[in-house]
Design a protein around this ligand. Structure first.
Ligand code: HEC
Length: 233
């Protein structure tokens, strides 16, 4: 093999991979056009566009800064690539009291308006695409969902059944201070000392707003729904 063929082969090998994994997806997904919901088929009117503004956007930055994406994904893979859709409450709620079975695959539109699509690097912890739903309806049902998340961030091993959790503790997002007069309304329900309260800082609050906004299971236009019909039984 001549040196020339070797270099050509090398460029082709890496070039084709680069084209199909980077360039083609970039070009096809860079300018997604909003899709209008069709009332007859989708049961809703208007434009399909997830909401992402203010503190939620700041929270996405805190999520990125702390490397949550290293262990948590935000993609419910299509059924040909994995069984995510059938894992209880990862892809949505199996039995939402109002909407029934809301589980669905993630699509490119779910990342509309996000500066970076936090699809994740590895899946050491659970997928967080629908964390907001799980916290509100399961983990903290009837309680304050933000408080559940603050407690988890402060000490992931706080809940008895998560005593072996390997999710890192993000204590530096909290301030421990001596109580003077009344306790702060946003203090955590537990503390290290009777006279000390643990209060989330601005970054923790932004992160929790972002985490609660993670609900990638809203109804999608029929034109985007490629999932096989679910067994309702
Ligand atoms: C070293 C890997 C790692 C990193 C980094 C990490 N986590 Fe985790 N996380 C885990 C593991 C493992 C679990 C599962 C154990 C548990 O439930 O605590 C988990 C669980 C969770 C849960 C509970 C999810 C559920 O549905 O039960 C939340 C919420 C969470 N992590 C948020 C975060 C946030 C926010 C960050 C970044 C600030 C983060 N994690 C960074 C590994 C990680």
């Amino acid at each position: 093999m001549s040196f020339r063929i070797f270099i050509l082969g090398l460029s082709a090998t890496f070039g084709v991979a680069w084209l199909t994994v980077v360039v083609v997806p970039y070009i096809t997904m860079k300018n997604l056009k909003p899709i209008e919901l069709n009332e007859a088929v989708d049961g809703a009117k208007g434009i399909f566009y997830p909401k992402r503004t203010g503190r939620i956007a700041n929270g996405a930055r805190v999520y990125a800064e702390n490397g949550c994406y290293l262990c948590h994904t935000q993609v419910i893979r299509p059924t040909y690539a994995g069984n995510d859709l059938y894992r209880d409450d990862w892809a949505g709620l199996k039995a939402d009291p109002d909407r029934g079975d809301t589980r669905r695959e993630t699509n490119a539109y779910d990342f509309f308006g996000e500066k970076f699509a936090q699809v994740g690097v590895s899946r050491l912890g659970p997928d967080l695409s629908n964390l907001g739903r799980r916290v509100e309806s399961i983990y903290a049902a009837g309680k304050d969902p933000a408080n559940w998340l603050f407690s988890h961030l402060y000490n992931p091993r706080n809940e008895p059944k998560r005593y072996q959790s390997t999710c890192p503790s993000f204590r530096f997002l909290f301030v421990e201070r001596t109580i003077k007069g009344n306790q702060s309304s946003d203090a955590l329900p537990f503390s290290v000392d009777q006279n000390v309260e643990i209060v989330p800082n601005a970054d923790a609050k932004a992160l929790v707003s972002y985490l609660l906004s993670l609900k990638k299971d809203q109804a999608i236009p029929a034109v985007l729904n490629f999932a096989p019909p679910k067994n309702k039984g």
